[in-house]
Structure formats: C-alpha cells, structure tokens
Design a protein around this ligand. Structure first.
Ligand SMILES: Cc1cc2nc3c(=O)[nH]c(=O)nc-3n(C[C@H](O)[C@H](O)[C@H](O)COP(=O)(O)OP(=O)(O)OC[C@H]3O[C@@H](n4cnc5c(N)ncnc54)[C@H](O)[C@@H]3O)c2cc1C
Length: 383
C-alpha cells in the first residue's frame, strides 16, 4: 500500500501513474478496489508516492461565488438529479467541440467519455454508489495534450486524484466536483439489485430524476423494480450511513473549501421565495476559480440563475462542513457481510425490518386516502 489502508480513497491515481503497470487495483472481501504493488516488477521510481492525494498536499480553494440555479431545458429538469447543471455544463463543452467525462450506471458501473450530446444521457442522475474512475485518468491526460476542452465531473476524491495525477494546470480542463454524502462499493448494489429483481437482466438504475429518491431498475426502458428510499433496503442503508467505504466517514473533502473549479449539489437551504418561488429541484453552484467563473459565464444563458449567500448553501447541506455519520451498526455490518452477503447482513442489522414497517405504514396511510377519493367521486356522480 502507498497510503494507510483505511484512508485509501480507491482513487487509483497510483495505478494510473505507474510507468510499468506494477500496480493493480485488487478487489477485497467488501468489493473495494485497493492498490496492490507487484514488488518483483516495481522499479522504485516513487511516482505513486508523489501523487497519492492521501499523503500529498491538496490545493483547497475558498469559493468565490455561490449561485442557485436550474436548467431551462424541461426534459433535463425531469431526468437530472437536481437542477440539471452537470448536463448543461456537458452540453456547453460538447457544443464547443470538447468532451465530457462522467459516471455510468448500467451493468458496467464505470466512467466514460461523451463526445456528443446523446452520450450525456447516461451520465444524468446521481448514482449513490462508488463508480471507479481510475481507468480513464490516462485517457484524460492524453486528450489534454490536444487543444480540446475537457470537462471532468466526479466526486471530490476523484477530482482530487485526477488533479494530482495530471500534476499541472491545464487551461483546457474544467473540473466539477459533486457535494458528496459518501459512496458504498458497487458490489453491494449489484447484489441488492440481483436479489430484488430475482436476477433479471437490467440496463439502467436510477436514484433520482422524475421519481426523486426512488431506487428504480429498468430493463429496456421498462421498470422492473421501484421503491421509495425508505422502503428500499439499499437506499435506507446508504442514507443512514451503514454501508459507505471507510474513508467516507472521515472524508477530508466534506468542507467548504473545495478542490475543483466548480462545485455542484442540491440547494436545500434556499429560501422558498428564491428563484421566483420555483418549486422544482434546485442546484447550488460554488465557483471556486477564475477559470470556473469564466466557464460558468458561458453556460448562464441556458440556466435560470440567482446569486446567493454561501451561508444558505452551508445551512442546508451537512456535507459542506463534515463527513457522513457512521450508522451505529456499521461495524456489525462489516462483520456480517463477508459471511452472509449483502441481503442477510442488512437483515441482521435490522434495516429490512425498518423498511417493512415503513411499507406497512405507507400502505395504511394510502388506503383511507383511496376510500375518501372513491366516496368523493361517488358523491359527485350522484349529486
Ligand atoms: C454519491 C453521491 C452523493 C451525493 N450527496 C450529496 C449531498 O449530500 N448533498 C448535495 O447537495 N448533493 C449531493 N450529491 C450531488 C447531487 O445529488 C447531484 O448529483 C448534483 O447536484 C448534480 O445534479 P445535476 O442535476 O446537476 O446533475 P445531472 O445533470 O443529473 O448529472 C449527474 C452528474 O453526476 C455524475 N455522477 C453521478 N453519480 C456519480 C457517482 N457515483 N460518482 C461520480 N460521478 C457521478 C454524473 O457523471 C453526471 O455528470 C451527491 C451525488 C452523489 C453521486
């Protein structure tokens, strides 16, 4: 290992920088991918130690400006995670002949490159899971040598890893980090989806979008599973901090100083009368560098935007001041998982009991409403 094992971000900057491919990302019993050095191959060049974001200094920036915004594109507003800002940024870069890198959550769980607008579709929505990005750092560095504009959107640890790996300022690179609540290994989600769909083939998973805070699984655009966040085992375990990777509980990026040109997230602390009282999903945008500010100006014509005080963003968003809290049974979950697998480990931690109680409560609340609606209809028809 290059950094202490329990602090490793799984960012894979070391994997990408190794000139003789002596480092591989090896999966452990929790589905985490940690670097493994082949000591027979290693030439002791020390490059991995020099770029690891855990053991080297990170360049934190105080945000210059704060905005509340949403995209003017109605279709994007329905299908994006919050205000559709990431998609609006991606479109701007692609229309200028550039390329956007983002996370995809189909059967692949990976980062890819979009070179046309349709390629951005797969990036839309928040995927509440760790999606490895280390496979594409080398491609980004290669593409940066051309004059193409490049946009990289990812979690703060992924942005920081990329910046350490490329090692110098590139005028044609814009980095955008998401305010992040933590990310579980994707093996957990994979096991959960297999369980709830009884092993059916799936090609898309969403957590946000038109059905906000629902875990929805699709096969060829047809819904094969959909549950509200507190009725679903995986979603509940994610939101209550049971299943994050270890470094997420002490995440160094969960602070107001940022590492990328721009930061985006949900604007939960926004007063109701802001943005002319708009009731839909709203994004917070923190502009952290002059490069970010210049780029943002070019996107503004496609957005509805309002300058806001940064204290509003902080007041509604815990992850701008401290990392996600650890669930009291998190250590227990780690003990159960290797022996029992994801479903049984959740069950033993009491999560599935909680979701079942919520399902029953929601059903009990739904039936009286249904009866009242029917009685009202009957009254209308007779009177
Ligand atoms: C794991 C996670 C936790 C989050 N926690 C918070 C939070 O606590 N507070 C908050 O304000 N906001 C949080 N967000 C951010 C928020 O949910 C939205 O993603 C963000 O506001 C962008 O919305 P959008 O409509 O502009 O993005 P869209 O236009 O819908 O595009 C989504 C963008 O996010 C990227 N992305 C999605 N999932 C991942 C992933 N797992 N890893 C890397 N990149 C990804 C996509 O590649 C794409 O570029 C979180 C996001 C994620 C992925």
């Amino acid at each position: 290992m290059i950094c202490p094992k329990n602090e490793c971000l799984e960012c894979g900057a070391c994997f990408a920088v190794c000139p003789i491919n002596a480092i591989k990302m090896a999966e452990n019993i929790y589905g985490e991918y940690l670097p493994l050095i082949d000591n027979d191959k290693c030439i002791k060049c020390n490059k991995c130690n020099k770029i690891c974001p855990v053991i080297n200094k990170t360049d934190y920036k105080k945000p210059l400006e704060c905005y509340a915004a949403y995209t003017q594109n109605e279709n994007d507003r329905n299908s994006c995670a919050s205000g559709g800002i990431a998609t609006a940024f991606g479109k701007q870069i692609i229309n200028a002949g550039g390329e956007t890198f983002g996370a995809v959550l189909n059967e692949k769980f990976s980062f890819t490159k979009a070179e046309n607008i349709s390629g951005l579709e797969e990036f839309k929505g928040s995927k509440y899971v760790h999606i490895p990005a280390y496979h594409i750092y080398r491609d980004i560095k290669k593409d940066l040598m051309t004059d193409k504009k490049i946009l990289f959107i990812g979690t703060p640890c992924q942005c920081d890893a990329l910046l350490h790996y490329i090692g110098k300022e590139y005028e044609n690179l814009i980095t955008v980090d998401l305010i992040c609540h933590g990310t579980p290994p994707y093996r957990y989600l994979n096991e959960w989806i297999k369980y709830v769909t009884k092993g059916m083939y799936f090609d898309q998973i969403t957590f946000r979008g038109k059905r906000d805070y629902y875990l929805t699984v699709y096969n060829d655009s047809k819904i094969i599973y959909s549950k509200q966040h507190n009725e679903d085992g995986y979603f509940s375990a994610f939101l209550t901090g049971l299943i994050h990777r270890e470094p997420c509980y002490s995440c160094p990026y969960a602070r107001i100083e940022r590492i990328s040109d721009i930061t985006i997230g949900d604007f939960w602390g926004l007063p109701q009368n802001a943005l002319n009282g708009y009731m839909g999903k709203k994004s917070v945008i923190l502009i952290n560098t002059t490069k970010g500010k210049n780029f943002f100006k070019t996107v503004v014509p496609n957005l509805v935007v309002e300058k806001r005080d940064i204290t509003e963003a902080i007041s509604g968003n815990k992850q701008l001041t401290h990392p996600a809290s650890r669930h009291k049974k998190q250590k227990l979950f780690l003990r159960y998982y290797p022996e029992y697998g994801f479903y049984k480990a959740l069950k033993k931690c009491g999560i599935l009991r909680e979701t079942l109680i919520t399902i029953i409560k929601n059903k009990l609340m739904f039936f009286p409403r249904k009866i009242i609606r029917r009685l009202k209809n009957e009254k209308k028809q007779t009177g």
